[in-house]
Design a protein around this ligand. Structure first.
Ligand code: NAD
Length: 496
């Protein structure tokens, strides 16, 4: 069994912690690696080492920082398949899905290569006679990332390449459920030439997170994970006067207009709802059928019934097991609750199991109709392969339903009408909208822009806005000549 390694103070180490966490293969729940949770002393060492490294890294020319990112994105591509296999084994994702997880992260590392342009400030000449004004973008110091289990490559890569390219140092605390992928990401980062102490990797659970949230040397915290933990991290981090952004859970609706292309709708709904076992923050978990489109629900059930979960290396598997037995039990409880509360279960995956892997965390595709907003299956993020159908009479009713939902991560509409699509895009209170695209995840030159209960903070961690999050703006107002001589500039500095 592998021993998961921290990376502290420039050294890979299994750590001295006595609290252990077993990492398991979700297909059979057998242990594949062990974590010794970081001790308080190790957390402290990581913060102090990162603080020290920041002081010299912030002085490294931006083009040299970009060159590290150039080498890193190439190394990630060279190791794409290897990373995907590590990831698939510890998450249960199918290989194709695991490759997608890694690839979406590589795109962020590519974006970080452009850091010089991304960090450019602004200038205005002659704000007063002989006085010019300009701004610089400067790093913050030690930044921390706390990441979830469901994208163990993509989400750490949302954070540390951009934060480090900006001139910060970074401490990554990945999910304790799939730590081997982030460990490999950090090994490759060092191999790419990142200074040894500029990143630190700490494994563990709440205790490690809490210590980082309280440490006054930590300047910024990026979190991605569940709603309650996100709220807690946002409150605790900001109470301790840190910059915090917390990406949280979701309940994403797809609106189906009667004029949509039926084949396109059904194929997209199947992939977007049960793909990755529904363990995506952008999964579609509610299908809102407008008017006559509800006649397609039986066909949707038939298509979902053909979807077969399986092992990560089975090319015919549509998705894998859920991450752990607790996650499976939670989904089964919600399915049972849906039935008890009067929803019609057209397809029930509760009993599904994979021959030879009966001890794994399997749940088959599940479809409910006659779902109402008061039911538990509508209100909670299920995070499993379960799709809820709601029927409404008009687009206006669909928009009102989506806007009343407390979450606002993603949504989509399928329609042939430009007018309906425009109205939906304009009026819906959700941060990421797909038009005839089920899962509208932006590329890193945009930002990942969840709204409402799906995000706490102001700037978003990923992509364009991440540069703003990981930097501070300094505005300089400069008088270049004084009245008596031209011997040197007379500058006043305003720190914002
Ligand atoms: P989680 O909240 O359980 O864990 C996320 C991280 O927080 C982990 O590193 C974990 O160790 C840490 N953590 C857990 N409990 C904690 C506590 N009480 N105090 C401090 N730290 C704690 O989330 P998860 O189950 O790993 O991930 C799934 C969730 O993430 C889903 O809700 C999903 O919607 C969400 N998610 C959101 C986005 C987004 O962009 N909005 C993206 C991916 C996942």
């Amino acid at each position: 069994m592998k021993q998961v390694q921290h990376y502290i103070n420039g050294q890979f180490t299994q750590g001295a912690g006595t609290q252990q966490i077993l990492v398991t293969n979700p297909a059979n729940n057998q242990a594949i690696s062990t974590i010794n949770c970081a001790t308080a002393d190790e957390v402290n060492q990581a913060v102090q080492s990162a603080k020290q490294a920041y002081m010299s890294w912030r002085e490294v020319p931006v083009s040299e920082r970009a060159r590290v990112m150039l080498r890193y994105q190439q190394l990630l591509k060279d190791h794409h398949d290897e990373l995907a296999e590590i990831l698939a084994l510890e998450t249960g994702k199918t290989l194709i899905d695991a490759k997608g997880d890694v690839w979406r992260g590589i795109e962020v590392a590519e974006h970080a290569c452009n850091i010089a342009s991304l960090m450019m400030g602004e200038t205005v000449e002659n704000v007063a006679r002989d006085i010019d004004c300009y701004s610089y973008t400067q790093p913050l110091g030690v930044c921390v990332g706390i990441t979830p289990f469901n994208f163990p490559a993509m989400i750490p890569l949302w954070m540390f390449p951009l934060a480090v390219a900006c001139g910060n140092s970074f401490i990554l605390k990945p999910s304790e459920q799939d730590p081997m992928t982030p460990q490999r990401l950090i090994e490759l980062f060092i191999e790419a030439g990142a200074p040894a102490h500029i990143v630190q990797l700490l494994h563990g659970d709440k205790a490690v997170v809490d210590q980082l949230l309280l440490d006054s040397d930590v300047k910024a915290v990026s979190f991605v994970g569940s709603v309650n933990v996100g709220k807690y991290i946002y409150k605790t981090g900001t109470e301790n006067l840190k910059r915090v952004q917390a990406f949280a859970g979701a309940k994403n609706h797809c609106v189906i207009m009667p004029d949509a292309n039926k084949g396109q709708v059904l194929n997209n709904l199947v992939g977007a709802s049960v793909g990755a076992g529904g363990q995506r923050c952008m999964a579609i978990s509610v299908a809102v059928f407008v008017g006559e489109s509800k006649q397609w629900i039986d066909e949707l059930a038939a298509k979902l019934a053909e979807v077969k979960p399986g092992l990560w290396d089975d090319p015919d598997a549509a998705y894998g097991p859920l991450i752990n037995p607790q996650a499976k039990q939670r989904v089964l409880n919600l399915i049972a609750e849906g039935k008890a509360q009067g929803a019609t279960c057209l397809l029930d995956g509760s009993e599904f199991t994979l021959a030879g892997y009966e001890s794994g965390n399997w749940v088959g595709p599940t479809l409910f109709t006659d779902v109402t907003p008061t039911m538990g299956i509508y209100q909670q993020e299920i995070f499993g392969p379960v799709l809820c159908c709601v029927c409404v009479d008009s687009l206006e009713e669909a928009i009102a339903l989506v806007n009343a939902n407390p979450y606002g991560n993603g949504t989509s509409i399928f329609t042939a009408s430009g007018g309906a699509a425009r109205q939906y895009q304009h009026q819906v209170e959700v941060g990421q909208v797909g038009i005839n695209v089920a899962i509208p995840v932006p590329l890193p030159f945009f930002s990942f822009t969840g709204w409402k209960g799906s995000f706490y903070g102001d700037q978003h961690a990923y992509g364009k806005q991440a540069i703003r999050f990981y930097t501070e703006t300094k505005t300089v107002t400069a008088r270049w000549f004084d009245d008596d001589s031209v011997s040197g500039p007379n500058m006043t500095i305003n720190l914002k």
